[in-house]
Write a protein that binds this ligand. Structure first.
Ligand SMILES: Cc1ncc(COP(=O)(O)O)c(C=O)c1O
Length: 401
């Protein structure tokens, strides 16, 4: 293999030969090019809800591609799979009477949500409202909007000027958010937050925090955007984190779990009142992507959501969570980890020291977890078996010892 491929979030100096080549997957297991088996305790990268190797999704995509692989959805064109997947997503969301914009990546979803929030404020006559309030530890993708919205400082560095008018608040400090609103409430277009912060280190929200943000937005005419790229599609024990935490945002971004990664699909769910601003006759939504509503991706989404519904995977995170919590409590009781945090089917084990060497040892013993600073993140397929959870915890314990 040559070094032609430039890997994302990787050292460009790392030779291609040092990467692990994953060639096959089955349920919660993946296999590398040397035939070595791993428990995929990261569900690829926080996303493979239904597990790998589902022939039902593969067949749905193949059948769609035999009809037509893709055709754009710019007016005057539409297609059945895009329309159907949008309907299925809206029905399961807190906005069954809302609408769904489609893209490919989480980054596209985030940038589109930010643009829609500002557009809605403009259309309401609030032309001075441009500020986006974002939180420390937030991860919102790597397009320019999402990069500007990053609460992980190193991810913002080295790219030159970012998008203006982003204001960062400490991640769980409602007082700090309230004081930004007190200072510049008239300039704020929206607050952007993950319900549970994922890639920044798995931080569930403090009690009352999301409710507090909702109140601040309502009292000050700002929109609330939940970035549910990780939380969406069953990760927290309901279809969306908004439902788990009982707080309804105006816009919801999603990606990853909507297809479990079988093909790229993402989007933004818009509340009815947001839609009404855009549905005014004569207005043209001048944003979107060639692949918005890509038929094959949408067919993968439909098949994935059907599997999740039939197998009750929208709720299974709670069962997976009980098993992991048991294991993590035991690791803590044995003094192997400092603490743990998380809920549903997403956790972090806090080691209090660089987690990369421990991750490497765990990986060498056939389990994939993700090092984030001083913690190890776990976010398995929602179909993971109790035995496989046991393997993850036992392998972590051995490496930590
Ligand atoms: C909350 C959140 N938003 C946005 C993104 C970006 O998604 P993508 O990598 O598909 O662009 C991610 C990716 O992990 C994410 O976790």
């Amino acid at each position: 293999m040559t070094d032609a491929l430039l890997h994302p979030f990787s050292p460009p100096s790392m030779p291609e030969g040092d990467f692990i080549e994953i060639v096959r997957g089955e349920g919660s297991l993946v296999f590398d090019s040397n035939g070595r088996e791993y428990v995929d305790a990261m569900a690829n990268l926080w996303l493979c809800q239904v597990g790998h190797g589902r022939t039902e999704i593969i067949d749905a995509v193949t059948a769609q591609m035999r009809q037509i692989e893709a055709y754009n959805t710019f007016a005057p064109f539409t297609n059945g799979p895009a329309s159907r997947v949008a309907e299925m997503i809206a029905e399961r969301s807190p906005h069954p009477d809302g609408r769904v914009f489609l893209g490919c990546s989480g980054s596209e979803a985030v940038d589109t949500a930010l643009k829609i929030a500002r557009q809605v404020q403009q259309r309401r006559g609030h032309t001075g409202r441009q500020v986006i309030v974002k939180r420390t530890n937030g991860y919102h993708g790597t397009n320019f909007g999402g990069t500007s919205a990053q609460g992980i400082a190193p991810n913002r560095e080295g790219w030159g000027d970012l998008v203006p008018h982003f204001v960062e608040v400490p991640h769980d400090d409602l007082e700090a958010a309230a004081s930004v609103f007190a200072d510049q409430g008239d300039s704020i277009a929206a607050v952007l937050t993950e319900p549970l912060q994922g890639a920044g280190g798995v931080f569930p929200p403090a009690d009352g925090y999301l409710e507090g943000l909702r109140r601040l937005c309502d009292d000050n005419g700002a929109l609330l955007i939940f970035d549910e790229v990780i939380c969406g599609f069953g990760r927290t024990g309901e279809w969306f984190g908004a439902q788990t935490f009982g707080v309804t945002p105006d816009l919801i971004t999603f990606a990853k779990g909507v297809t479990s990664g079988y093909l790229p699909l993402s989007g933004v769910i818009l509340s009815r009142s947001v839609c009404e601003e855009l549905e005014e006759p004569g207005f043209l939504l001048r944003t979107g992507y060639t692949y918005s509503g890509h038929q094959a991706s949408c067919a993968a989404g439909i098949a994935n959501l059907e599997i999740m519904e039939r197998e009750g995977l929208d709720q299974r995170a709670n069962h997976v969570g009980e098993r992991f919590q048991e294991g993590l409590r035991a690791l803590q009781a044995d003094g192997l980890i400092e603490s743990w945090r998380g809920m549903g089917a997403v956790y972090a084990a806090e080691l209090g020291r660089d987690s990369i060497p421990v991750r490497n040892e765990i990986l060498a013993n056939g389990v994939i977890v993700r090092p984030i600073g001083t913690c190890l993140a776990i976010c398995p397929p929602l179909v993971i078996t109790d035995d496989e959870v046991g393997r993850v915890i036992d392998t972590m314990a051995a490496a930590l010892r």
